[in-house]
Design a protein around this ligand. Structure first.
Ligand SMILES: CSC[C@H]1O[C@@H](n2cnc3c(O)ncnc32)[C@H](O)[C@@H]1O
Ligand SMILES: [Zn+2]
Length: 434
């Protein structure tokens, strides 16, 4: 079991809004063995690796609670469109051409971007999920993966359900526990009622949570009310989806009654502020969710609706946006926003309750930021405020997942960055050939 000492850093455990101006961390195997304040006074004998992190800030890795990794292949191809047109005219025709190999390389590009930006856990719902899982296994990142399920066509819907079950059986807990698996029925408008019932049933049978898009646009809610006489939230309750642990992405257009239902079932929310803004979908009532006691994590969504996978941007956006829309400068304060990007993200994904924090016993998913830069001065005030309001993904220098160093001095050790770029360019020549 490897032992690593990281000392001399500002340490932000994200247990409460305090932090150590100087502290140290000891990693043993896949977990954090000790977090201490002050200068490390013990012997450095017996450590395999000793990292002098003076001038750095250590915090939990960021947790991206919603996305579609391989949509990196569509970045910049589908901009300035509303959701339905974006999906139907741009995304779906290209996705239909994607091979499993394309999806593997698209996921590699996403993982490269996320690791470099300090994300240590990401969530995915897409096709050929075995190949995404392979990219997760090889890169060393942690992920929550779902084979996306759509049920327009009964025969195809059945096939996708079988693939989703197979994926759960093949991959849950694999890659040293870094791969977690959920069922992923796509949304109300792609899954007829009977198909949602089936998705709820398999999730119960295989004891895995559900992730699903919910009430993202006004159109989605209006169409659902026309179809079923109720909102998507009320429909999901009716079909038994929420009898399973569930995380919903977006929840932009929800009523107070909807929020009460979400609270009744302790449904978790993946809040995707950038994607919702870019697609012109609206602004989710994240403050109301928090006031109702709901667990809210942050997500980037895919790179075709964001257009990056930068969780520091989501963190900052969450901290800023809700002050503006609520005309309230104390709405979603800095610490709340940092929690949403770390331990509340973990909770939103039904992961271990210590993930997303720095404490003894927690999984060792840790990032270091270079704070010897202008935007971190002065340091005397509040480093948590600096994280929420002035840091960015380029500050990240080192990343550890499951106790293993994956990024060192901004270089991803487990991936061939140049090869990823070459593969992406070649795949896109084919995907976008006239
Ligand atoms: C069935 S695989 C996942 C499916 O989701 C699509 N998608 C990507 N972003 C969004 C979004 O914001 N709302 C709804 N659906 C989205 C993606 O194109 C895949 O087809
Ligand atoms: Zn999505």
């Amino acid at each position: 079991m490897g032992r690593t000492l990281i000392h001399g850093a500002v340490v932000v455990p994200v247990l409460d809004d305090s932090y150590h101006k100087e502290g140290y961390l000891i990693i043993e195997g896949t977990r954090i063995a000790e977090v201490g304040a002050g200068t490390y006074a013990g012997s450095t004998d017996g450590f395999d690796t000793v990292i002098d992190a003076k001038g750095k800030l250590a915090m939990p890795g960021l947790i991206n609670t919603h996305g579609h990794a391989s949509m990196t292949l569509l970045r910049g191809y589908a901009d300035d469109l509303p959701l339905q047109q974006w999906l139907e005219e741009r995304c779906w025709p290209i996705e239909a051409k994607m091979t499993d190999e394309d999806i593997y390389w698209g996921a590699q590009l996403a993982i490269l971007e996320m690791l470099k930006g300090g994300t240590t856990t990401f969530t995915d719902m897409f096709y050929f999920m075995d190949r995404v899982a392979q990219a997760v296994e090889e890169s060393g990142i942690r992920a929550v993966l779902s084979r996306g399920m759509v049920g327009f066509d009964p025969e195809n819907g059945q096939k996708l359900k079988e693939q989703a079950v197979q994926f759960v059986q093949d991959w849950h807990g694999k890659a040293d526990g870094r791969v977690n698996v959920m069922f992923g029925p796509h949304a109300e408008y792609t899954c007829p009622k009977h198909y949602l019932v089936q998705a709820a049933q398999v999730a119960t049978e295989y004891k895995r949570p559900i992730q699903i898009h919910l009430s993202e646009t006004v159109k989605e809610v209006q169409d659902c009310i026309e179809r079923y006489g109720k909102t998507p939230v009320a429909l999901f309750e009716e079909v038994g989806l929420f009898n399973n642990p569930t995380i919903v992405a977006h929840a932009v257009h929800v009523t107070d009654e909807d929020i009460a239902i979400l609270k009744k079932y302790d449904v978790r929310i993946a809040h995707n502020p950038d994607s919702n803004l870019k697609l012109g979908s609206g602004v989710a009532p994240a403050l109301k969710f928090l006031e109702a006691g709901l667990t809210v994590g942050l997500g980037t969504d895919g790179a075709a609706s964001n257009n990056n996978l930068d969780m520091f941007e989501e963190l900052r956006m969450a901290a800023m946006l809700h002050k503006g829309v609520n005309i309230d400068p104390v709405a979603i304060n800095a610490f709340t926003a940092v929690q949403m990007a770390t331990n509340n993200g973990a909770k939103a994904l039904f992961l271990e309750d210590t993930l997303g924090t720095l404490q003894a016993g927690a999984l060792a998913d840790i990032i270091l930021l270079d704070i010897e830069q202008p935007h971190f001065y002065p340091k005397r005030h509040n480093m948590i405020a600096h994280l929420a309001y002035s840091s960015n993904s380029h500050d990240v220098t080192d990343v550890f997942v499951n106790g293993k160093q994956l990024v060192k001095d901004r270089q991803v050790l487990t991936m061939d960055e140049k090869r990823v770029y070459a593969e992406i360019e070649s795949i896109c020549e084919r995907l976008y050939a006239e």
